[in-house]
Write a protein that binds this ligand. Structure first.
Ligand code: SAM
Ligand code: DTB
Ligand code: SF4
Length: 336
């Protein structure tokens, strides 16, 4: 069977592909073997198929969040039992990053349970970026909505990536979060991109959305003015007390299909098999890597939830012949 590569060339000027929903659905619904073969072929064109980038997460400000995201342990709107804490000391964050580096992580991602950062917190945030960068790691932050001025400030401090997920389709977004809109999310992504920070944007599967919602979310991400450099695909970790505590689990084959589609729509992006790996078998993760996933979070904790420990991941890497992806720190120093 012959499969057409590329897509609708309607995205003029940028030389990039503009994907239509119809075309994306056609790819998603290919026979599984054809879909995976195509995804793996695209993957090999742009990446070493056996290298997986390793990131480490730290919650620098936990819980008590004003937003009502239905999946989150940290929202103050739900009785999840999580204890809120204040912004962590800069020195402690840097010490944790050093440990992560010693453990093999090359990117350090710091997350805060905020709707958006307050001006009074920006100085500490900037110091964290500078301190972690000075260790020779890539830096990533996820702090909620950012204004253009805050984005510029973080860019100036040397922040490499900003994580801000669209989470689901535009249609389904309002079922999951009511305290902000899908358009708000896109605006922050635009501010971050405008400041020259690399974009990390993805979503969650398993929130009761349809397959079409998942495809639509990926089409939105792929059709941004520039595709995100990093695309985290999370599988919902059901949080007792949250609105989505009893959401139906995702079919693992559908999950793998979604990863394969993401790889085909965004050939050059790092595709992160993100939250939810503790509930995935080694076989499911292996299929995700074959479908084009090439980044994971390492360490026993994500922000508040469990992640497979280092021993488990080391054994998985050995079983699959995977290697950590090398990272060469940039030679340029962050501006003063
Ligand atoms: N407060 C910031 C924000 O929402 O943009 C940053 C932190 S937030 C926890 C980062 C992302 O984690 C969310 O956008 C969501 O995609 C993911 N996430 C949160 N809770 C999750 C859960 N229970 N299962 C899977 N992914 C989750
Ligand atoms: C992303 O997409 N997944 C990470 C990261 N970005 C910040 C967060 C996952 C959080 C999982 C739930 C928790 O640990 O509370
Ligand atoms: Fe707050 Fe982020 Fe959790 Fe939403 S996902 S409740 S914004 S910490």
């Amino acid at each position: 069977m012959s499969i057409e590569y590329g897509a609708n060339p309607a995205r003029s000027g940028a030389g990039e592909t503009c994907w239509s929903l119809v075309e994306a659905k056609k790819i998603y619904n290919l026979p599984f073997n054809d879909l995976l073969f195509r995804a793996q072929t695209v993957h090999r064109t742009h990446f070493d198929p056996n290298a997986v980038q390793m990131s480490r997460l730290l919650s620098i400000k936990t819980g008590g969040c004003a937003e009502d995201c239905g999946y989150c342990s940290q929202s103050a709107h739900y009785p999840t039992g999580l204890k809120a804490s204040k912004l962590m000391e800069v020195e402690r964050v840097i010490a944790e990053a050093r440990k992560a580096k010693d453990g093999g992580a090359t990117r350090y991602c710091m997350g805060a349970a905020w709707r958006s950062p307050k001006e009074r917190d920006m100085e500490a945030i900037v110091a964290m970026v500078r301190g972690v960068k000075a260790l020779g790691m890539e830096t990533c932050m996820t702090l909620g909505m950012l204004s253009p001025a805050q984005s510029e400030r973080l860019a100036h401090a040397g922040l490499d990536y900003y994580n801000h997920n669209v989470d689901t389709s535009e249609r389904y977004y309002r079922e999951i979060i009511t305290t902000r809109t899908f358009a708000d999310r896109l605006e922050t992504l635009d501010n971050v991109r405008g400041a020259g920070i690399k974009v990390c944007a993805g979503g969650i599967l398993g929130m009761g959305e349809t397959v079409d919602d998942r495809i639509s979310m990926l089409v939105t991400l792929a059709n941004l003015p520039a595709a995100p450099e990093s695309v985290p695909i999370n599988m919902l970790i059901p949080i007792p007390g949250s609105k989505l505590a009893d959401a139906p689990p995702v079919d693992p084959i559908d999950f793998v299909r979604t990863i394969a589609l993401a790889r085909i729509l965004m050939p050059q992006s790092h595709l992160r098999l993100s939250a939810g790996r503790t509930d995935m078998s080694d076989e499911m993760q292996a299929l995700c890597f074959f479908a084009g996933a090439n980044s994971i979070f390492v360490g026993e904790t994500l922000l508040t939830a469990d992640n497979p420990g280092e021993d488990h991941d080391a054994a998985l890497f050995r079983r699959l012949g995977l290697e950590p992806m090398a990272f060469q720190p940039a030679e340029t120093e962050p501006a003063e």
